[in-house]
Design a binder for this molecule. Sequence first.
Ligand SMILES: Cc1ncc(C[n+]2csc(CCOP(=O)(O)OP(=O)(O)O)c2C)c(N)n1
Length: 372
Amino acid sequence: MSITVPAPDPALAVGLDVPLTVLDLDGTRLPNELLDPHLTDIDESALTNLYVDMVRVRRLDTEAFALTRQGHLVLWPPLLGQEAAQVGPARALGEQDWVFGSYREHGFALLRGADMSEFARIWKAYAHSGWDPQEIRMAPSQIIIGAQTLHGVGYAMAAKMDGSDDVALTTFGDGATSEGDVSEALVWASTFQAPVVFLCQNNQYAISEPVALQSGVPLALRPTGFGIPSMRVDGNDVLAMHAAARIAFDRARSGGGPTFIEAVTYRRGPHTTTDDPKRYRDRAEEEAWIAKDPLDRVERALERMGANMEAVRAEAKIRADQLAKEFRAACEHAEPPLADAIFDQVYAQPTRRLERQRLEHQAFVNSIEATA
Ligand SMILES: Cc1ncc(C[n+]2csc(CCOP(=O)(O)OP(=O)(O)O)c2C)c(N)n1
């Protein structure tokens, strides 16, 4: 395998001044030289599908939030406001591609085909992964900030060595860009020209730390220092996100190496259900972002295209309600695992040490039961 290190090029980043956008707030289609050629097949029906996806993702999020409050889930990291940043790229992925994400990627999990009963087990703290990663080609949610970028690059390097067409998408927050893992991942991706797409969902906060505290430059400028081309995109514009992801996946698949996408978006809810955002941001800021709602914008665009919005909304609602019902039932009926199950998925074949630990654990449980 030959290694070429691209020279740093200031023109490697696009959208630094104004994020790339194709749908204006009022739903008008803005011409965009870079993105338009990648949206030629998006007609009313394709846009409707993206809209329905976003409605379903939002519904899953609000249902999960409520389930947490009702004691059925342990914790939930909401994605309200980030639907377009996930649905656009998720619908640009090929079936064989892999996703390596964090704990907030419910949109990706849903659209990759995670089974709701498996998904529920994660957030009830009944399972480490829940879904089968091989089956939906999405790694388990990563809690260690930024670590998934290394996993994604590793997968992409292996895919390249195998001569396969697979692309890895690794997605993370703005806070993750402050982690050493992400810098390391960018170095390896650039050096080996790995077929990987870095998707930074810049939702403006790393828990309570605003992005400006972490970076004096736009996040999309950073990867250019590693020789990686980047796009700063309006993350509340599903079409811009879809087109940018298509560009990045095409580049990766055709041997062009990694791309970094910064989705400029906003986390409207708390960091998780245990957080109170009122303590670190004001209402005016939240309202300014509500005005940029990713779903409203598509509704306006569809109206302009002449869609029967009443019918579209009704259909989306039926599908979203079905999903919410399925998820609620899964949460209510999930059975906790036996503590012993912790030993099951450590290695493909159990080792002697693991078997000994299992027996020790069993003896401990028996000793408690004997004294109870
Ligand atoms: C290595 C590591 N350090 C710290 C934490 C604690 N932590 C959990 S979430 C979080 C903020 C992450 O923010 P960001 O990357 O912007 O993602 P977001 O939650 O906004 O999607 C931190 C610091 C962690 N999980 N892992």
